[in-house]
Design a protein around this ligand. Structure first.
Ligand SMILES: [Zn+2]
Length: 325
């Protein structure tokens, strides 16, 4: 198992060093949703947010830029799907990038888009392009911002995928987005064995059974906008027992959200409230460490430390004590 992890992290390092991506929105793009957030609605049911959302100041028609030189792989036109109008590019480093909710495509695609829409009308249209047909250079507009598909307001939804589109990676691992000065870490509350509490550092909370079932309602808040975290590591008496890491998510785990979030979570496009589940429930590759099976029955008093890491790799630490009732 250890060997596998080392090989895997080496692959990621190669990918990161090979990527030289710019942001898909010009200027200083503001992150409005993070990779791996819970999504409760849409035609495909509850799912992970497989990309990052960048503000276009609620405007349609803002140029969406190719993040690196790349060839067009695919255009999707479908207002009934969560993604709306989509462009996918492939880049020399082997990665693909996806841009969703577009209002319009680059004018160099007009001829082909007009011919397929006049033939197929309002049906879902997916056009796969032969390799190396349409080239976009770094910073060239591939299309324009909009709110096609499931988007409460116009913005840029941006994804980075593996060459075979089996895995999505956190774009914030490839492109550094500035952290707004008014961003604050928020711990609203926690639930331990179905009892809801407000969080106070150092407080003693009760648990029952062999081990506690803890979920936490934590986020980054920027001007009332709630943004999900990158990772949560939980330690019992300074031993790492559980590690959720949302750095990458396989596409076949798109709907596996209940492995990370509890059903108390809400995301309806207007409000966001995520409860991270810090105990094993169902299998997922997003949980990197899970020592619950080895723990046995916990001692009657446990010091708990939860290290929460945000989109910008800054940490916030929660500390409290558990006592068996
Ligand atoms: Zn999005």
């Amino acid at each position: 198992m250890k060997k596998y992890l080392i090989v895997f992290s080496a692959v990621i390092t190669v990918l990161v060093s090979a990527a030289n991506f710019i942001a898909p929105v010009a200027g200083t793009p503001v992150v409005t949703s993070s990779f791996g957030e819970f999504r409760g609605t849409g035609n495909r049911g509850p799912h992970f947010h497989m990309g990052i959302d960048l503000s276009t100041n609620m405007r349609s028609g803002v140029p969406i830029l190719a993040v690196a030189d790349g060839w067009l792989v695919r255009v999707e036109i479908d207002d009934d799907d969560i993604y709306g109008n989509v462009i996918v590019l492939e880049h020399e480093n082997g990665l693909r990038t996806l841009y969703a909710h577009l209002s319009k495509f680059s004018s160099k695609l007009d001829l082909i888009i007009n011919s397929v829409t006049s033939e197929f009308g309002k049906k879902r249209i997916v056009v796969n392009f032969p390799s190396k047909t349409f080239f976009f250079k770094t910073g060239e507009p591939i299309g324009y911002s909009g709110q096609t598909g499931e988007a409460a307001q116009p913005h840029c939804h941006f994804e980075i995928r593996s060459a075979d589109e089996s895995v999505c990676y956190d774009p914030a691992s490839f492109i550094s987005f500035p952290k707004p000065k008014d961003a604050t870490f928020s711990v609203k509350s926690l639930i331990i064995d179905s009892e809801r509490y407000t969080y106070t550092e150092g407080r003693v909370y009760q648990f029952k059974d062999a081990y506690p079932k803890i979920s936490v309602n934590v986020a980054t808040i920027i001007n009332k906008n709630v943004i999900g975290l990158k990772s949560l590591k939980m330690y019992f008496n300074e031993i790492l027992v559980y590690d959720i890491n949302l750095g990458e998510i396989p596409l076949d785990e798109f709907s596996n959200v209940w492995s990370v979030y509890t059903t108390d979570s809400v995301s309806d496009g207007y409000s966001y409230n995520a409860w991270y589940k810090l105990y094993p429930d169902r299998g997922t590759s997003v949980v990197k460490t899970n020592k619950f099976a080895e723990l046995g029955r916990l001692p009657s008093r446990v010091n708990v430390r939860i290290v929460c890491t945000d989109v910008w790799n800054e940490e916030f630490v929660m500390r409290f004590v558990l006592e068996r009732r």
